[in-house]
Write a protein of this length. Structure first.
Length: 110
């Protein structure tokens, strides 16, 4: 059970950097973003969350993050999220608790 905490200060700085120069997303990222919007708490932007996580861990590339999510297909996302929460495999970002899989997929979008 590993928890990752991202301080609000880091998130705020990352979001400011994102606003200054938003990253481009590959067209294939649209279905992932849409699936995450359905599983994340209302109002959370997967791209913003991912940008904050990638800023905190710049060595992790989009591909690395996607591979770490190890999700066979997007249909498996809700079950994987539930399993992450059941085992305590979560990440805390600005006071929100996300499943590790959601966090890796958000980071893959950034």
């Amino acid at each position: 059970m590993t928890r990752l905490a991202l301080p609000r200060r880091t998130l705020a700085a990352s979001l400011a950097a994102l606003a200054a120069a938003p990253p481009s997303r590959p067209a294939a990222a649209a279905p992932v973003a849409a699936a995450l919007v359905r599983t994340l708490p209302p109002g959370l932007d997967p791209g913003a969350i991912g940008a904050a996580l990638r800023a905190a861990y710049p060595a992790c590339s989009r591909t690395d993050c996607r591979d770490r999510a190890a999700l066979p297909d997007l249909a498996a996302l809700p079950d994987r999220v539930a399993a992450d929460f059941a085992t305590g495999d979560t990440v805390s970002v600005d006071g929100w608790v996300l499943s590790r899989t959601e966090a890796w997929l958000c980071a893959a979008l950034a």
